[in-house]
Design a protein around this ligand. Sequence first.
Ligand code: HEM
Length: 479
Amino acid sequence: MDVDFDKESGIGPSDPKGKLTAEEKALLGDIQGNILKSHGRDHSRHLFITFDTTKAKEAKAWLAQLSKTKVTSALKQWDDSRVRAEIFEKSKKEEDPEAYLSVELPKKPSGIFINVMLSAKGYDALGLSGKKPTDGIFGGGAAGAVSRLSDPPRKDWEAPFKAELHALVIIADDDPGKVAAEAKAITDSLKGGKVVNTEIGRALRRGKNGPVHEHFGFVDGVSDPLFFAKDIPKSSKQWNPGAPLKLALAKDPGGHAKTGYGSFLVYRKLEQNVDQFNQDRHELAKVLAKEDNRTEPNHADRELAGAYLVGRFPDGFPVSEKATPDGADREIPNNFNFSTDTDGLKCPFQAHIRKTNPRGDTTKLGGTLKQERTHRISRRAISYEQKGKVGLLFLCVQSNIEHQFEFMQSAWANAPEFVQPKPPTGLDPVVGQGKVVKQQWPAKYGSDKKVPLSLKQSVHMKGGEYFFMPSMGFLKGVE
Ligand code: HEM
């Protein structure tokens, strides 16, 4: 039986010890890892390549060789996770004190992980235009999206993103030394092209094995679509994170008729101005204090102000569920929706997570939850620090860039009137771009009085590109 691309209950066994079907194995063996599930490593390097069109033959031979020897398939990612799960189980059974001490470690992915992908111009440069995915806006790349997304003009992007970028290789591991060595080996092996830019990513963790957070200090990666049955929680009544394969996988025109699928990857370098964000947060905290007849904001005001901006407290707890982290039910970081906060009195409509995943808010505009869920993206981002600047190398995968990332950025994050036209709720205070209107904030948690306050933009796009992550079969056979 073919793998079902429509079902939301996930593929693979629901029992973590169960087995994949032969069809699932064939599919996972033909698609790259990091699409259906994040690779989870803490360090990565992103090598951007420009091919020499006069040496396309050499470049293609290099690409095929890289794919045969190094690129990680989804099946390899699955098998590695099983090995880790077994070590973890064994260490628990034997009560091995050493394994017990490092109890989280065997569960965490490790070992070099590699992805490779091509931009539309990359397909053309290699003479592979006939194998290029025909998605409407892929051809125009990130440069073609500037006006649709209210991005800064390309002339203001960082220099390396003004070049014509043809391919991207992602190298990841928990050991930064290994990542650097592998990046060098791949760069040295490259034929028919040049590495024109390298971005270095590093996950920020609270403690050695603590959760990952981004530079504003909020836990990240809490909510993402889940594609494997074993990962989908049984009790997810308020919000079902399960997702069908068709949310992430698109047919690879150059791939195998049955198993050849890939995914579109949006790459954006997003600089975070932490001082600006903290200032915004302070301005909002001052308003909250004033509404409570106090002159100076206290810790709770600052916590609540930050949670209003993001939609979650720094530890990931959703602001719509409790006023303060104290005494909150910490077990439900993702099993919630906004049905008990339909007027945005606890979580403002413009809060980052409410703009980017309205969890049913759009049904009041006449759509269905089912439709709304088709706009979801799978985030694969990692933080960076470079010459005193910090930010997020924002990566997300999807089956259709226009319907998913671009829709989310332009029709939700950037739209001041989204969900509530009067008074307009304003831009997403984290990633919204475009026409600034005053945002509306609950004067007190849960009260129906709202106060207007306009915040500055603290995230700035510095460049990016659109890529397609082709199937393993296509890559290995490329000539
Ligand atoms: C969630 C930060 C850029 C889409 C989150 C969360 C944080 C965060 C802290 C909450 C944790 C979680 O639910 O995983 C940031 C920062 C960004 C950024 C600092 C830029 C520097 C973007 C962009 C988009 C986006 C550009 C897409 C347009 C999402 C989505 C979620 C999310 C879909 C999950 C919402 C949910 O399912 O509840 N982000 N983000 N983010 N972000 Fe961002």
